[in-house]
Every structure is written in structure tokens, then in C-alpha cells.
Write a protein that binds this ligand. Structure first.
Ligand code: NOJ
Length: 712
């Protein structure tokens, strides 16, 4: 008998023996508890009233300190489930392992800036290994919410404003977490979240209403989820927000018609924390029973935290509001995932040794690749080893915020701060740290200002309206400026900030993000040229927050005043220039790169041949004309010039990271085909239209280097 049939028979058998209450138990996820409530939780597990445990406490776990994971406790709970609960169904343990476990890697937005998705995948392999060793079966990552609003605190958990980058990220994280086989030791189930539109919250206000057109949904917000499903994600989390007025956790349209029928997802959906109960506040349910009915019928299979399903489910079935078939379908999906994870055969966590030192090396490598060199006037960087450095700013001694939000298991005391990292680079007589820039040091060659965003200012429920540096940092900056030295800013920030009124102070800026437990050392390496800066922005840095939303893959208006991305002067505002301060894809190296003309191997192409799978080639010569080696991210954008619907003025379709020695030139070529030229119409049908396409290849989205190809 084949394995699949065997599994299905097993599930049918178990299901036929379960009471309705036990079935609702499988659909229930409870939060782990403080010590005094442990006995009560164990009793619920014993009665078969719990299917999964959320291994953290609190509605916003990302910024709430959680204790160390006690593997013995989880093994004990599991033993009760396996040996004492009615059918011995193992528990599924889930935790927010978002960008690291004990080893903290850069926040996901920073990871995306590396454009190194192989490295990201490897890092998630390590993350999974560490988490699995601490009883975690299931991580609530990746977060795939496209966001164009840096005021939104959770922009740091995603990949920014581009669906192509989002898809790459989705694939890398899912593959990294899940490894070759889900039931292997060191593999962790991924959860694609938050489905869908959470990142489009109006005004960047967390949990708020979002409006997304059908066209926008298919082309911008769904691609990353499609890719996560293709990569094998078996769980999806429904989002808190309402989309166009439909609270997602009650929406059969989004959770069943779009997610399952359209995208082909066949795993299970877990609600977000208390999202079922919150349907009352959303104004679509009058009480928990109605909320249960709406959510389960919509397609939420597992109820996180609020116990609505276990408390109200049986009555709703008795009253005919939920069918037994709907309950059975949800239970089956969950049991299938538990089987796939191997929990019926290996339910317990057995600790094994982990090479944390090598994981720290990867975290450092990724932090270095994620950092973006935004400015380097007069080649002030890299710093000379003989330079005398005055280091200022309280960011230099910060540790916890370097991890960023959602670093539940990071060890702050194992995280070097930036002052320590600089001490590793310079002898004592060449480095002076003056937090508030009070002393009048005149013999310094350069002043390095360390700026750090508090991790509480980003993450869940941590949106802000003033996306800039703090008043204290501004004050320090002014003091530093009057010293008349070259000024280098190192930004340990989570979100992108409005750069007008900030960037002008500096000769050089390294944006190192909340880059994880090794970011301080990575930043110091970059400052001294011990590794090369190569990060590129996955999100626009605006001049002012009042220009938001501002994103590169925008449309052309009929009026020239609104030309591409605010580039045209005088521009669409009378009082300010709304072009990006730093555009999408932007980032410098320590060298200068020259791009040759874009060439295409075909002058004309036909729709039918492209539809039949034919691909064509575009290429460019890229030369390092500067004085140092460089790692360049060659970016390819298209613009579909005339279509039935306005198409974005630029869309990233491919990129290539290349290493160029000083003076070296290489030809870089890309193959393009139907996936690059087509788009989803508002019915969600993939469409390819005849017409001209501009193919741009260059250093960021503002490149004008292009060739036009005609599709007849
Ligand atoms: C709420 C967050 O929105 C979600 O991302 C997270 O996974 C859950 N809480 C569990 O902590």
C-alpha cells in the first residue's frame, strides 16, 4: 500500500473514533502558560482539548520578553498527549522563530537587502536546526506582507515593496526552514503569513483596514504566497486586517476561493492571535459563537489562543451552523501536517550538539551583505587603519536593539556592541568614545556616529508617524558636525527613515539595520574595508514621511507633473520634491561600476512563441572602473509600455550578483520569457499582450539604460 493511502486510512480511522469535542481540540491552539497554570494546561491536553501549543506568552510576543524554552516541559506535555490523551495524537509546538533562534540573524527586511537568497536559505537551515533542538516544530515565518509604508512597525518583518523580491524570500525561507524532508531532525514547518493584505494597512496603522484592488492583489500581494506554497509551505496564517471591508479571518472569499481554489493551497490555516474572537470588534460577529461559525466556515482550521472553537464549536454544530464535514475536513488537514512532520513516529525533542560558532559566522556574513552603503562622499570610507576615530552616540553601546523585534531567544549578553567591535579594529590610542560628543577632541581624523532605533519602535503594534532619527540623535549630530571633521553615520535601524534633514549631515552613511547578534562586527568590518558593502535597498527611503506611500513599481499618470517616482521637477507637490531620497535597488560599493548598452538577441518576438515557452536573451557589459574590488547587484526591470491596463513603470524581474575585481569587465546575460512579460488581469488570469517592452538593466530602479523589444 502506498504511503499516502496508508496515512489517509490512518487519519480516517482516528477521526472515526474521535468525539466532536476532541475534534475541536485538534483545532485549538493554546498559549504556553506561566508556572501556576501548568496543571490546568496539562489537564486540557490529557482530555484531548488541545491540538497545538503557542510557545510564547502575550499578544505581541515579538517585543515581550519570553523566558528560555524548557524542553523538558514540552516533552512532558507531549508525553501526556501521546500516552494519556484519548487517541494519542501528538501536539504541534509553534513559535515565532522569525529571523533567528539563539543566533539572531538580520531582520527579514535587512536580509532582503542582501539579495543573496542562497545565503538566506542556508541561514534558515541553521535557524531551523537551533529551533528544532528547542522543541519547536513550527515557525510562524515567513512574513510575506508586501509593504509600502515604513511607518508600519512590521515592515521590518517582511521584504519591502517588491513582489519579485518577496517571492525569492518566500522560497528561501520555506526551503531553509523545511529542509529536504519535514520529518528529518532539524526541520521546522514554515507558516506563510499574514494572508492577506496586512501590510497595506491604511497610514501604516497596525491591524487597520486595507484597500487593495483585484489587479493589485494578484500582481503585488499574492506572488510571495504563491511562491511559498510552491516551495511546500503547509500552513498559512490568516491576517488580522479587513480587506476592502471583509475581515480576513471571516472571509471565505479570501481564505477558500483565493487561497485554496485559486492558489492551490492544501495545508491548514491558523488564525492570528485571538483573531477569531476579534471578529466581534470587526463588527461581523455578535459573539464568540458567531465568530466561530464565520471563521471555521471561511477556512480558518486552527484557532489561535482565544478558545472560541473549543468553547463554542460543539454548540454551533448542534445548531446546524457548522457541518460535521467542515470540522472533519479541518481536523484532517491538521493531522496530515502532523503526520508529514513525523510527530506520530518521533514526538519528542532530543537535544543534540549545535555548532553555534559557525552559525554566528553566517549571521555575520549575512549582516555584512545586508548593510547598505548609502553615501560615501570623497571616499571617506573605507577608513584607514591608522585613522584616529572619535566614536559618538549611545547607539554604540546598545545591544538588545541590534537584534530587532521578534528575537525571542537571542542572548543579549552574547551580542557585541559597536564600541566593542570598533575596539577589535583599532588600538586604544586611536579610538575615543564620547557618548554625548561633549569633549572637544580635535585630533580625530573622522567622527563616527552610531545611531540605533529602539527595537520597541518597530515590530507588532509599534507603528510610528515620525520616521526619523530621535531628537537626542539630532542633537548629537549637530555637536559632531561643528567639530568640522568627516562624519560617518552607522545606522542600526529597523525601518527605513525619511532622510531629508538627516543624510546631509554625513559624508558617509552605512545603513546596517537591526542586523542581528553579529551586526556590530559586520559594520566595523565594512567601515575598514575588511569586507565589501553590497546591500541594495528592497524598499524606498523617502525624503519626508508626508510623501508616503512612495514605491518604485508605480504607474504613470496622464500628467507629466507626476512622472516616474516623483523624478520630474517641479513635481506633484508645490512645497517639496517627492522623489525618493534613496530609490529601490540603491546601494553603493567602494568602487565605481560602468554599465554598457543593453543588447537583445532578437529584434522582434511573437506572442505565440513566448506563450509556447520560447525565451530570449538580453545582456550588458558591466565593468569595475574604480579603484577597488566590488560586488555588484545587476538589476533587470521591465516596463510594458502599452497594455489594456496601466502597467507599472518599472518592475524588477531578475538580478544577478557578481563579484568584479578592480578593472574587471564581464558580460551579464538574462533569459526572459512569459513570466517576465505577462501579468495578472483583474480576474487573476495570467495575460500576455503584444506591444513594446522596455528592458532596463542597471544599478537601481532609476537606471535609464534600456533596450526596447517588440512583441508582435
Ligand atoms: C500575532 C502576530 O501578528 C503573529 O505574526 C504572530 O505569529 C502571533 N501573534 C503569535 O505570536
Amino acid at each position: 500500500m502506498d504511503m499516502k493511502k496508508k496515512s489517509e486510512d490512518f487519519i480516517d480511522q482516528v477521526l472515526s473514533e474521535m468525539t466532536l469535542r476532541e475534534k475541536f481540540g485538534q483545532l485549538t491552539q493554546l498559549e504556553t502558560v506561566r508556572a501556576e497554570q501548568e496543571e490546568e494546561l496539562k489537564e486540557k491536553v490529557r482530555r484531548g482539548e488541545v491540538g497545538s501549543i503557542l510557545m510564547s506568552v502575550g499578544a505581541t510576543a515579538g517585543n515581550t520578553p519570553q523566558g528560555d524554552i524548557n524542553t523538558d516541559f514540552y516533552n512532558e506535555l507531549q508525553k501526556i498527549a501521546v500516552e494519556e490523551s484519548p487517541h494519542g495524537i501528538p501536539l504541534l509546538f509553534g513559535r515565532d522563530v522569525i529571523h533567528g533562534h539563539r543566533t539572531v540573524y538580520p531582520i527579514p527586511l535587512a536580509m532582503a537587502a542582501s539579495f543573496d537568497f542562497d545565503l538566506i536559505r542556508n541561514c534558515y537551515r541553521e535557524i531551523a536546526e537551533e529551533a528544532a533542538n528547542d522543541s519547536v516544530h513550527w515557525s510562524f515565518a515567513p512574513m510575506l506582507d508586501l509593504s509600502r509604508d515604513p511607518r508600519w512597525g512590521r515592515i521590518i518583518e517582511g521584504y519591502g515593496e517588491d513582489p519579485f523580491v518577496g517571492s525569492q524570500m518566500a522560497k528561501a525561507v520555506v526551503e531553509g526552514l523545511q529542509g529536504n524532508a519535514l520529518d528529518e531532525v532539524g526541520s521546522v514547518l514554515a507558516c506563510a503569513k499574514h494572508f492577506v493584505g496586512y501590510g497595506a494597512a491604511e497610514g501604516g496603522r497596525d491591524y487597520c483596514h486595507a484597500e487593495i484592488s483585484d489587479y493589485g492583489l494578484y500582481n503585488y500581494y499574492l506572488p510571495a504566497f504563491r511562491e511559498a506554497i510552491r516551495a511546500g509551505a503547509l500552513t498559512v496564517m490568516s491576517s488580522f486586517n479587513d480587506l476592502n471591508g471583509e475581515p480576513i479571518s471571516a472571509s471565505r472569499y479570501y481564505l477558500t476561493e483565493i487561497l485554496r481554489d485559486y492558489l492551490g493551497f492544501n495545508g491548514f490555516v491558523v488564525s492570528d492571535y485571538a483573531a477569531v474572537h476579534q471578529l466581534i470588534r470587526n463588527g461581523v460577529a455578535k459573539d464568540d459563537r458567531e465568530a466561530t461559525e464565520l471563521a471555521l466556515n471561511a477556512g480558518v482550521d486552527m484557532d489561535m489562543w482565544d478558545s472560541c472553537y473549543i468553547n463554542e464549536g460543539e454548540r454551533a454544530v448542534r445548531e446546524g451552523r457548522i457541518s460535521v464535514e467542515t470540522v472533519d475536513r479541518a481536523v484532517k488537514k491538521i493531522l496530515r501536517v502532523k503526520l508529514a512532520k513525523g510527530l506520530f513516529t518521533s514526538p519528542y525533542c532530543e537535544k543534540k550538539p549545535i555548532d553555534y560558532a559557525s552559525h554566528r559566522e553566517s549571521a555575520k556574513a549575512l549582516a555584512a551583505k545586508s548593510a547598505v552603503l548609502l553615501k560615501n562622499e570623497g571616499d571617506v570610507l573605507p577608513l584607514n587603519r591608522s585613522a584616529k576615530v572619535l566614536l559618538v552616540g549611545e547607539g554604540a553601546t546598545e545591544r538588545r536593539s541590534l537584534h530587532g523585534s521578534w528575537a525571542l531567544d537571542g542572548k543579549v549578553d552574547e551580542t557585541p556592541n559597536f564600541y566593542e567591535a570598533m575596539q577589535e579594529k583599532l588600538p586604544i590610542n586611536q579610538l575615543h568614545y564620547d557618548k554625548n560628543c561633549e569633549s572637544n577632541i580635535t585630533d580625530a581624523d573622522v567622527v563616527v556616529v552610531a545611531l540605533c532605533e529602539d527595537h520597541y519602535s518597530s515590530g507588532e503594534n509599534a507603528s510610528i508617524s515620525h520616521i526619523s532619527i530621535t531628537d537626542y540623535e539630532k542633537f548629537i549630530l549637530k555637536r559632531a558636525k561643528v567639530l568640522g571633521k568627516k562624519l560617518v553615520g552607522v545606522f542600526f535601524y529597523g525601518r527605513p527613515i525619511a532622510m531629508q534633514g538627516v543624510a546631509e549631515y554625513f559624508d558617509a552613511i552605512l545603513y546596517a539595520w537591526h542586523g542581528g547578534c553579529e551586526v556590530a562586527r559586520a559594520a566595523a568590518d565594512l567601515l575598514f574595508g575588511d569586507c565589501l558593502p553590497c546591500g541594495r535597498l528592497p524598499v524606498t527611503f523617502p525624503r519626508r514621511a508626508t510623501h508616503l506611500p512612495l514605491y518604485y513599481n508605480c504607474y504613470s499618470s496622464g500628467h507629466e507633473v507626476n512622472s516616474y517616482y516623483g523624478e520630474c521637477l517641479p513635481g506633484c507637490y508645490r512645497d517639496s520634491h517627492a522623489s525618493p531620497y534613496y530609490p529601490f535597488g540603491y546601494g553603493l560599493s567602494y568602487s565605481s561600476i560602468r554599465y554598457g548598452s543593453v543588447l537583445c538577441d532578437r529584434a522582434e518576438l511573437s506572442v505565440s512563441e513566448i506563450q509556447a515557452g520560447k525565451r530570449f536573451c538580453v545582456s550588458v557589459e558591466v565593468e569595475n572602473v574604480g579603484m577597488r574590488d566590488a560586488e555588484e547587484t545587476v538589476q533587470l526591470y521591465i516596463c510594458d509600455k502599452v497594455a489594456k491596463i496601466s502597467r507599472p513603470l518599472r518592475e524588477l524581474k531578475s538580478f544577478r550578483k557578481i563579484f568584479l575585481k578592480k578593472g574587471e569587465a564581464v558580460a551579464v546575460s538574462f533569459e526572459l520569457g512569459i513570466n517576465d512579460l505577462g501579468y495578472y488581469n483583474k480576474k487573476g488570469e495570467f495575460t500576455l499582450e503584444a506591444g513594446d517592452f522596455d528592458v532596463f538593466i542597471g544599478e537601481n530602479c532609476l537606471t535609464k539604460n534600456k533596450v526596447t523589444v517588440s512583441l508582435k
